[in-house]
Write a protein that binds this ligand. Structure first.
Ligand SMILES: [Zn+2]
Length: 326
């Protein structure tokens, strides 16, 4: 296990403890085996506002941990062919997502595109079929998605995604556009991954980060305090902490879309799309705090509200138990 002693984004060591658990159950622990990390030991960085798991799977633990990904996150679409409901949701999201990229001037037919966690290649097929982009590449966690992309959508360059994103595949090809799906929320080493993306951009290229959930939305949910946070979410990003992280990693940022509804299969919470182009990295003392309240403030408010509800529930159950036994 790796244990972070400072913020993975700004390196601040003056951390605040956050008393949230993860959604891992004893069944999951059996699946993952002896290397299971049960508690995330969340912390909040008072400097850049990033909330994150201090406990992280090291290189020897990652494969087993991600082998149980399908079960832990109930990814029942990871079969060939994927369920029609999943395809419909993806298509409808893709229409809006790729449409927004086009409006932002990020698409032209002669460009090359890499989609990291491409699912079954839905955006790549749309880029090819609607926008004439031929030079498209994708990586995904699930063999079933890869099979569908290759067989049904005739996308040739689709490969397995390494859970640590240690390798972006395809030799040392560079891309005009990298579409990174939910990568920073899951990243075991976010700053290394951000550097890796930059190294694979052509001059003038852009990385678009999407499906980075705004975790402000989870702090008003009772289940966050009852069931815990999704174990694969190592960074509990907000608009502010995401922007700070990207600037610290040497990206100039601009928000492309902010979806207050989200996509149902991706938890239905606020989903962010942000573009990053290589720029001079800011220093840790140059981070910004435009949002009020911070995620930590929202956590404290949620904790006060929902632990009270939890106590009431417990008291009610106890009372009814007493009545039954009387
Ligand atoms: Zn920080």
């Amino acid at each position: 296990m790796d244990k972070l002693t400072s913020c993975p984004a700004c390196n601040c060591g003056d951390l605040v403890d956050v008393g949230l658990g993860t959604n891992l159950t004893s069944e999951h622990i059996q699946l993952i085996g002896d290397t299971a990390i049960w508690q995330a030991d969340y912390a909040s960085c008072p400097n850049c506002e990033l909330m994150f798991a201090r406990n992280r799977q090291d290189e020897t633990e990652t494969d087993e941990y991600y082998a149980a990904f399908k079960v832990i996150e109930k990814r029942d679409y990871a079969v060939y062919p994927p369920p029609q409901k999943f395809i419909d949701a993806q298509e409808s999201f893709s229409e809006r997502f790729v449409g927004r990229l086009a409006e932002a001037g990020l698409i032209n037919a002669s460009m090359s595109v890499l989609n990291v966690r491409t699912e079954y290649g839905v955006h790549l097929a749309r880029l090819r079929d609607v926008y004439g982009v031929q030079d498209v590449y994708g990586l995904d966690h699930f063999e079933s998605n890869i099979e569908y992309a290759q067989k049904d959508l005739a996308l040739k360059n689709i490969e397995l995604l390494d859970p640590r994103v240690a390798d972006l595949g395809f030799g040392d090809l560079k891309f005009d556009l990298i579409l990174a799906n939910h990568q920073l929320t899951h990243a075991l080493e976010p700053m290394e991954i951000l550097a890796r993306f930059k190294n694979r951009l052509k001059p003038g290229g852009t990385v678009v980060f999407y499906n980075e959930l705004d975790h402000m939305g989870i702090m008003d949910l009772p289940k966050t305090f009852r069931r815990g946070v999704i174990s694969f979410h190592k960074q509990l990003l907000t608009r502010n902490s995401l922007e700070n992280m990207l600037k610290l990693a040497g990206y100039a940022t601009s928000f492309i879309d902010y979806d207050p509804v989200g996509i149902k299969w991706a938890s239905g919470r606020h989903s962010m799309v942000i573009g990053g182009t290589p720029a001079k990295a800011i220093k840790p003392d140059q981070v910004s705090h435009p949002g009020s309240p911070s995620l930590y403030d929202a956590y404290e408010a949620g904790l006060a509200k929902h632990s009270r509800i939890g106590l009431l529930d417990k008291a009610k159950r106890l009372l009814s138990g007493e009545r039954l036994s009387a």
